[in-house]
Design a protein around this ligand. Sequence first.
Ligand SMILES: [Fe+2]
Ligand SMILES: [Fe+2]
Length: 285
Amino acid sequence: MTRQTLSKEEIAGRLRRIESLPTLPPIVSRLNQMVTDEDVTAVKLGQVIEKDQVLTSKLLKMVNSSFFGFPQRISTVSNAIVLLGFNVIKTLIVTSSIFEVMQSSDVGLFEHSLGCATAAGILARKCGIKNPEEISTAGLIHDLGKIAVRAELPKEYQHIQKLVNEKQIPMREAELEVLGIGHPEIGGYLARQWNLPDRLVIPIETHHEPSKPPGFSSISAVIHFADILIRAVGFGYGGDPWVPALDHQAWVRIKFGKTATRQILEELDQKLAELGNLTMEIHVD
Ligand SMILES: [Fe+2]
Ligand SMILES: [Fe+2]
């Protein structure tokens, strides 16, 4: 197979099925409409979501997982909206079916994503970034493009994996060779189609090159570094065994001293141990 066997339009066409996943339910457009209404409350939004019991139980499991790190159990959706913000809840609803696919088909990537979400949350708090839960969510879905390629372009995905193993190259390099486009761009494209906010979309699009356009921010730097950190500590499997190169500008933006680094690693270690339990719990279900 040579480079650019599929045009960008063809790839976009194949991804359209993912854009309209069966569980991207009417509930999402209903919720989107509701949030434009200034009088809408978290309780009203929560009531709409809670009509769907399966979705509610999935959501509550996610919001109570250790990567968000709330000390007390969140027992209602409206409470989750108040604590985490609507953007986070909406992202979890939109991506919940993708995570189901990932849990059963690619445990390594699932753990890598949970781990990156955990690291991103810890780093965001250390950097004093507003709404760290949103940053955790960006970490959770940063490799969304990989799941999309695996699900909708299986032949190409196999070829990518073969190249990774044979040429010993990072997954993104193999994606560029086979598809002419990498998972960050594909993930970003999907996230835009789902109307997720730029605070989440841009870090997905640029997590391997955070200082490049469309916009460099501390959030992009955090997701980039969280991805590297979680690979470096060996938690989960992101599709190839290499730790991505660190972007110098991103490092300058969030740079930590020795003491802070030690604290971050200790906290990460503890949270990853708790995460192990969540992963098990989800698998048993
Ligand atoms: Fe990635
Ligand atoms: Fe990753």
